[in-house]
Ligand binder design. Sequence first.
Ligand SMILES: [Zn+2]
Length: 319
Amino acid sequence: MKFKQILEVLNKTYRRAATKQRTCSVKGCDKQAINSHVLQKNGILNSIEERGHIRVSEADFFNPDLFHFKRDGINQAFTFKGFCAEHDKKIFAPIEDFEIDFDDYKSQLLFAYRTVLNEKVKKEVLLDWHKYQKESKTLIGEIDTDLIDKTDEQQKVGIKDIEYYKEKIELDLNNETQSFIFKVRYTKPCEICLASHFTYETTRERSKQIETTGKDFEILTDIFISFFPIENENVLMMGYLKEQEPKCGEFVQFFFDCDEDTLFKKLSDLILCRCEMWACSESFYNQKIKPHDKVINEIFQESASTVDEDRELNFNIFQ
Ligand SMILES: [Zn+2]
């Protein structure tokens, strides 16, 4: 009985955090944020939709060992509360209302912008969820508040990191500066939509840095990645800060120089080990994921606890 009660409160507090009203991310705007798609519905997400639904990867908070591919309606799938209706329309018009020019710097930047904001909101939802948990009478003595505080600290560091990237993106959007390098490649079609960013430094490298210097890297190297179908092809876009070229330039370039089979294996490793946010079609799910459910779940479990996020797997989701 008690367990059921706890689960109920965890569920309720999570829903409360996830559905909480949020303000527009544009400085000075206090309007309510609407649900924006991380990747737009028209032209991108709807190309993997079957009967109004897509499959979205989702971690189960209540059972971290489990990873689901939730069947979700196209209108609510892959959304986050980042901007008010007015700003969402105004800022993203170049990639929403016109044919997307993937070689255009500002269009590339807009894809990264949404990814960053989505990540930030996800962390804010977690912080709110933890806060509500600590406020709940039912959960007193049932949750590890020390662990929650520790996780919150990490989330806050993560948000600070994201803010750094967000400001650089906004600077470029409003000026003629180009702080990032983006690379684009086209591949055979594949019914996967990915919009994510990951940290180049592994947990092992960060621990070593802390051990030797007493503190973590000043700013972590974040790499943006988008991969999605567009007119009988898939487009791969990756980007990073120019100032971090010496660190991750070669790593990213490999994705653009290697042959297609190698590229898909690299993408498979990335989406299973480092990128939380991706979606696929029902057909892709039935052909490539469902038959390997057990293996994929094991990989996700390992990914959640490993300090070597850059590991190469013996499994390829595209094969
Ligand atoms: Zn606004």
